[in-house]
Design a protein around this ligand. Structure first.
Ligand code: TMP
Length: 208
C-alpha cells in the first residue's frame, strides 16, 4: 500500500510511463489503481474541463488554485484515501507538487500560502514516492504539441501548453527545487531519453 505520484512538465511522457508502472507493480502482485489530477473523479472531470480549456484565458490565478484544490478534495476523499484504505497502491498522474510549481513557482502565487492551505485543508497529505520526469521545456513542448497535432491528446486541453517557454522553465526549475528539498521522497528521472530507457530507470526506482 503506497501512494506514488508522477510529475513533470508538459511532454515529459508521464501518461505513457504511468502505464508501465501499473503493469510492473501489478505483475509483482500489488493491488494497484491508476488515477490522475485534475480529473480523477466525475466532478473532477468537470473541474478539469474548466481548468484546461484553452479559451479560459481570463481565469485568475487564485481561482485556478482553488479549482485544483477542489478537484483534490473530491479526489482524495473519493479515490485516493479509499484506495489506500483497501490496501491498494495508488498511482497518480500529478498531485500537490504540481500545484506548488504551476500555481506557485510559475504563476507567482505565494508558495507559503499554497503549503499552508495544503496543511490546513488536507493535513499535509503527501505521496510516499514521487517520480519526477525531468527534461528541457524546449523538448517537452515539442513533444506535447506533436501529440496534440497527431490527435493523441485532447485538442482543446491546451491552456498550459500555450504558456510561454519562460513559464515552463519556471515549472521545471520549481520541480527540481522541490526534489532538492525532499530528496528521500523524489526520484529524478532523465526523461529526454527514449521510452524504453526511461521505463527501465523508473522501474529500478520503484523498489522501496
Ligand atoms: P496533465 O496534462 O498532466 O493531465 O495536467 C493537466 C495540467 O494541469 C498540466 O498542465 C499541469 C496543470 N496542473 C496545475 O497547474 N496544478 C495542479 O495542481 C495540477 C494537478 C495540474
Amino acid at each position: 500500500m503506497r501512494f506514488i505520484t508522477l510529475e513533470g512538465i508538459e511532454g515529459s511522457g508521464k501518461t505513457t510511463q504511468i502505464q508501465h508502472v501499473l503493469e510492473h507493480l501489478s505483475h509483482q502482485g500489488h493491488k494497484c489503481m491508476l488515477t490522475r489530477e485534475p480529473g480523477g473523479t466525475k466532478i473532477g472531470e468537470k473541474i478539469r474541463a474548466i481548468l484546461l480549456d484553452g479559451k479560459n484565458h481570463d481565469l485568475v490565478p487564485v481561482a485556478e488554485l482553488l479549482l485544483y484544490m477542489a478537484d483534490r478534495a473530491q479526489h482524495l476523499s473519493n479515490v485516493v484515501k479509499p484506495g489506500l484504505a483497501a490496501g491498494k497502491t495508488v498511482i497518480c498522474d500529478r498531485y500537490f507538487d504540481a500545484t506548488l510549481v504551476y500555481q506557485g513557482y510559475a504563476r507567482g502565487l505565494s508558495v507559503d500560502l499554497i503549503n499552508n492551505l495544503h496543511s490546513l485543508v488536507f493535513d499535509d497529505f503527501k505521496p510516499d514516492l514521487t517520480l519526477l520526469l525531468d527534461l528541457s521545456p524546449e523538448l517537452g513542448l515539442k513533444r506535447a504539441w506533436n501529440a496534440i497535432d497527431a490527435g493523441d491528446r485532447v485538442s482543446h486541453e491546451t491552456r498550459f501548453e500555450s504558456e510561454k517557454l519562460d513559464f515552463h522553465r519556471k515549472v521545471r526549475e520549481g520541480y527540481l527545487a522541490l526534489a532538492a528539498l525532499e530528496p528521500e521522497r523524489f526520484r529524478i528521472i532523465d526523461a529526454s531519453r527514449c521510452e524504453t530507457d526511461v521505463r527501465q530507470d523508473i522501474l529500478r526506482n520503484l523498489t522501496p
